[in-house]
Design a protein around this ligand. Structure first.
Ligand code: HEM
Length: 214
C-alpha cells in the first residue's frame, strides 16, 4: 500500500531551515561580510580616489540596509508564517548599530580627525549631520537594552515601548540621506529606501488599525 506524502508548506520548510543550529552563525557571517570587504578594500587601497568618503558612504548605506532588514523581520514572519525568523531580529538589530558605529567612527576619524570640538560644531552647523546623529542617539538605548537581562529589568511592555523608537530612527535615516543628497539633486536611491521603509511601517500601521478596529 503506497502512502501519500503531502508536500510541506513553504513556511514550515523555511522554519525548520531557520531553526538549524548553523542558521545563526551563517546569518552572523553573512552580516559581517560587508565589513570584511570594506576592511580588505581599505587595506589593499581599493576604495577609489577618496577612500574616506567611500568608507563613510558605504557604511551609511549598510546601516540603512540593515535597518530595512530588521524592520522586515516581523512582516516576513507574519506573512510567510515563519515564526523562527524572530530568532534573527536581535542579531540584525545589533548589526544596524555595528554599522552606524563604524559610519560615525569613519566620519569622526577621517573627516574630523577625532577633534570632539570640531565634531560638535559640525553637528550644530550641518542639519543632515544633526539628523544622523539624532538617529544614532536613539539607536543607542535600543542596542544597550537588546539583552535578556535588560528586557527582564525593564519589563516587556516598557521594553516594547522603548523599541518603538526604531520607527523614528527609520524616518530620521531617510531624512538624513535625503538632506545629504539634496545638494546633489540625486534622489533615486533615497526614493527606493523611503519606499521600502514606508511600506514596512505602513504594514505595521494597517495591522495596528485592524487589531484595534479603529
Ligand atoms: C541611523 C543612522 C544613520 C544612517 C542610517 C545613515 C545613513 C547614511 C547614508 C545612507 C548616507 C549616504 C551614503 C551614500 O551616499 O551612498 C550617509 C552619509 C553620511 N552620513 Fe550618515 N547615517 C546615519 C548616521 C550618521 C551619523 C551619526 C553621522 C555623523 C555624526 C553621519 C554622517 C554622515 C556623513 C558625513 C555622510 C557623508 C556625506 C558626504 O559624503 O557628503 N551619519 N549616511
Amino acid at each position: 500500500m503506497s502512502t501519500l506524502v503531502m508536500p510541506r508548506p513553504i513556511g514550515v520548510q523555511m522554519n525548520s531551515l531557520l531553526l538549524h543550529r548553523f542558521a545563526k552563525p551563517l546569518v552572523f557571517g553573512l552580516s559581517l561580510l560587508p565589513f570584511c570587504w570594506l576592511l580588505y578594500a581599505a587595506i589593499t587601497q581599493q576604495l577609489g580616489a577618496n577612500p574616506a568618503e567611500a568608507l563613510i558612504r558605504a557604511t551609511g548605506d549598510w546601516t540603512l540596509r540593515f535597518l530595512c532588514l530588521v524592520l522586515a523581520v516581523t512582516p516576513l514572519r507574519v506573512i510567510s508564517g515563519t515564526p523562527a525568523l524572530a530568532r534573527f531580529r536581535r542579531m540584525v538589530g545589533l548589526f544596524v548599530y555595528f554599522y552606524v558605529c563604524i559610519h560615525l567612527l569613519s566620519y569622526s576619524g577621517f573627516d574630523m580627525g577625532f577633534e570632539v570640538a570640531d565634531i560638535a560644531k559640525d553637528i550644530a552647523k550641518r542639519p543632515f549631520i544633526l539628523v544622523g546623529f539624532t538617529a544614532f542617539m536613539l539607536l543607542t538605548p535600543l542596542a544597550l537594552t537588546s539583552f535578556n537581562r535588560a528586557i527582564k529589568a525593564l519589563g516587556g511592555k516598557r521594553w516594547q515601548g522603548l523599541h518603538k523608537l526604531v520607527y523614528a530612527v527609520a524616518g530620521l535615516a531617510v531624512l538624513h540621506f535625503f538632506w545629504m543628497r539634496a545638494g546633489k539633486n540625486n534622489f533615486a536611491e533615497v526614493a527606493v529606501y523611503a519606499a521600502i521603509l514606508g511600506s514596512l511601517l505602513g504594514w505595521r500601521f494597517i495591522r495596528f488599525i485592524r487589531k484595534n478596529r479603529l
